[in-house]
Write a protein that binds this ligand. Structure first.
Ligand code: HEC
Length: 195
């Protein structure tokens, strides 16, 4: 029952003793020392971060004056349209038109070659050499009934595509970049070959 006050008294007495042995000033000095160490550490860390940010920035962001960057900027700020004036303007306009036409022109297959044998081998033979999908096989017998339809109709069917009883002949054999004339010489070549 009377033990509690005794303990409190003891504790109080010990605290008083510690206060006497370790002066408050020493505590403060220790704290100041640690605090200064922490601050110094943080300052060093900050400087290190600044330096590394510098280095990374120099590496990552390209030089402002590099030709590639200047070209990029010029493309970004280029006017949407330009005014062509005088003789130089006219030739510049014609050059621009020519470039636009070249860019949009469909490239003709085999550079427009009117070579039935070449086109047959590269395009038509895929089906017609084996008779795949019902294509008339490379024999005179297979072609006799087709020949009877007449060259013009066969050419029309080859150009526009044709679904017969045997299967589907895709338009221009699936090569829309062939000209009509190229298809015609190829049909002529095939009719000639399988006489
Ligand atoms: C994907 C396969 C395939 C390719 C490639 C192909 N053909 Fe055919 N062709 C067929 C088939 C299948 C038929 C038969 C259609 C039918 O009569 O049912 C056919 C039929 C034809 C006929 C006969 C049409 C008729 O009216 O009887 C001609 C001519 C012909 N092809 C020409 C060509 C030419 C020229 C090429 C190349 C530029 C070509 N074909 C490429 C599948 C092909």
């Amino acid at each position: 029952m009377c033990g509690r006050p005794a303990i409190l008294l003891m504790l109080r007495g010990r605290r008083a003793a510690v206060d006497q042995v370790v002066p408050v000033q020493k505590h403060d000095l220790l704290f100041m020392k640690h605090f200064a160490q922490v601050i110094a550490g943080l300052v060093t860390l900050t400087v290190l971060l600044i330096i590394s940010a510098w280095i990374i920035n120099a590496r990552v962001s390209p030089n402002e004056d590099s030709p590639a960057r200047i070209a990029q900027i010029e493309a970004r700020i280029a006017p949407v349209a330009a005014v062509y004036a005088g003789d130089t303007g006219r030739s510049a306009m014609l050059a621009a038109q020519e470039a636009a036409r070249a860019a949009t022109a469909i490239k003709v297959a085999f550079d427009g070659a009117l070579d039935g044998a070449l086109i047959y081998e590269r395009v038509c033979a895929a089906c017609h050499l084996t008779g795949a999908g019902g294509a008339p096989a490379p024999t005179a017998a297979a072609w006799a009934p087709r020949r009877a339809k007449g060259l013009d109709l066969l050419v029309t069917h080859a150009i526009e595509g044709f679904r017969g009883e045997a299967g589907l002949m895709p338009a221009k054999g699936g090569r829309p970049d062939l000209t009509d004339e190229q298809v015609r010489v190829t049909v002529e070549y095939m009719l000639d070959k399988y006489k």
